[in-house]
Design a protein around this ligand. Structure first.
Ligand SMILES: Nc1ncnc2c1ncn2[C@@H]1O[C@H](COP(=O)(O)OP(=O)(O)OP(=O)(O)O)[C@@H](O)[C@H]1O
Ligand SMILES: C[C@@](O)(CCO)CC(=O)[O-]
Ligand SMILES: [Mg+2]
Length: 395
């Protein structure tokens, strides 16, 4: 039996970084996915005794004799509740990954590969298997690639375990039950901890459950936007590392605990107000405009607070200047530009619209201009489904 699992990336509309410190944040899934296909070798098939990981888009293949992994790790654990990877196991995994000689340009991948090894062995012990990963999400671009990776890996592992109860004969994509989604989410969170250091859990939660959510101290509240939303995302291609940024905010918080507490409280209020506005009925154009103006102001305030946290970047100014030149675009776009500006750099959401307003020439012009600056633009639907799996009987 072979399973495919796909998990979406995310955008954060408000509250990134502050959410790690207990503030509310608002996030939504986007229709860009990471997909993992997993096949575990059975005894009857005979096997080469290897655990293989193929990162297809990156053209990288890794394999480990399962006996070697067994020697390095302290034995299979009982996979409930999901275990946290100890420092000692992290070191052992790092040396297993180091042996694979990951090219220097892909150095950041080492943590992702270690995370795969940890999640795999924690659920399935030392059985030989092959996992193939593909993704349409740019890595390290603020779109939750690490969470989508952890969620898709966890979902594929659990789908082939007896910890969940899925219909393996069903054709096409299927969802998990609510309690099973919670389990996938807990496993993915353990993975995110290995990649992010101290994650809030918002990225894996939105990737698991999909939709738009408000997230605060580990608790999720579903948000139902009163209008369909579509985003233009600009990737400025400036490299960043979420783990380092999260750590830098924590350091600043230790230096200035009271001032930072006020910043986090302000972000909390912004996220709550934003979630109310996004859900409030907008029966006519005037109300839509008023709501958009308020959202824009909230985004500006959020951006100011992100600067106070020390997480902003000059490339985003170029994106803002460009979108501001287009009146319609700037009105609709600025606040969402700021949303991702907050994640600090690369992914900037430039438009929020009910689907049609920005379609056509203005969007085309903005995209052309942004791309002429060397940025990459993607249009994404937001608030779609979370993780899903699909079975196929392998030959
Ligand atoms: N498809 C993938 N295959 C292997 N590793 C991956 C994959 N996607 C993400 N990762 C791991 O996640 C790391 C990127 O995570 P990081 O949290 O820095 O960025 P992000 O998740 O894209 O952005 P953010 O967390 O700000 O939304 C990569 O360096 C790699 O270790
Ligand atoms: C920056 C951050 O708020 C979101 C990363 O996408 C970190 C986290 O919540 O774990
Ligand atoms: Mg991440």
């Amino acid at each position: 039996m072979e399973v495919r699992a796909r998990a979406p990336g995310k955008i954060i509309l408000s509250g990134e970084h502050a959410v790690v410190h207990g503030s509310a944040a608002v996030a939504a899934s986007i229709d860009l996915y990471t997909e993992v296909s997993l096949k575990i070798s059975t005894d009857s098939e005979g096997s080469d005794g290897l655990l293989k990981l193929h990162l297809k888009d990156l053209g990288l293949q890794f394999s480990w004799p399962t006996e070697k992994i067994k020697e390095a790790l302290p034995g299979p654990c009982i996979p409930l509740p999901p275990p946290t990877c100890s420092l000692e196991s992290m070191k052992s995994l790092a040396s297993l990954v180091e042996d694979q000689n990951i090219p220097e340009a892909n150095f950041g991948l080492a943590t992702g590969v270690s995370t795969f090894l940890w999640l795999y062995t924690s659920v399935h012990g030392f059985k030989p298997a092959t996992a193939v990963v593909t993704s349409s999400l740019p890595l390290g671009a603020g779109l939750g690639s690490s969470a989508a990776f952890c969620v898709a890996v966890s979902a594929s592992l659990l789908a082939l375990s007896d910890l969940v109860n899925l219909d393996q004969n069903k054709k096409g994509w299927q969802s998990f039950q609510e309690n099973e989604l919670e389990l996938v989410n807990k496993w993915a969170f353990e993975g995110e901890k290995m990649i992010h250091g101290k994650p809030s859990g918002i990225d894996n939660t939105v990737s698991t459950f999909g939709n738009m959510i408000m997230f605060k101290s580990g608790q999720l509240t579903l948000i139902k936007p009163s209008m369909p939303l579509k985003m233009l995302i600009t990737n400025t291609k400036v490299g960043r590392n979420t783990k380092a940024l999260v750590a830098s905010v924590s350091e600043r918080t230790m230096r200035h605990p009271e001032a930072m507490a006020s910043v986090f409280t302000a972000v909390d209020s912004i996220s709550k107000e934003l979630s109310t506005i996004v859900q409030s009925p907008a029966p006519d154009d005037l109300t839509v405009t008023e709501n958009e103006d308020k959202l824009q102001e909230l985004m500006e305030m959020n951006q100011g607070l992100l600067q106070s946290m020390g997480v902003s970047h000059t490339t985003i100014e170029t994106v803002l200047r460009t979108t501001l030149k287009y009146k319609l675009a700037s009105k609709l776009t600025v606040y969402f530009s700021r949303a991702l500006e907050s994640t600090r750099l690369k992914s900037t959401i430039d438009s929020l619209t009910n689907g049609s307003v920005l379609a056509g020439t203005i969007v085309d012009k903005v995209i052309a201009e942004l791309e002429s600056c060397g940025f990459q633009c993607l249009i994404a639907e937001i608030g779609g489904k979370g993780v899903e799996v699909s079975f196929s009987s392998s030959s």
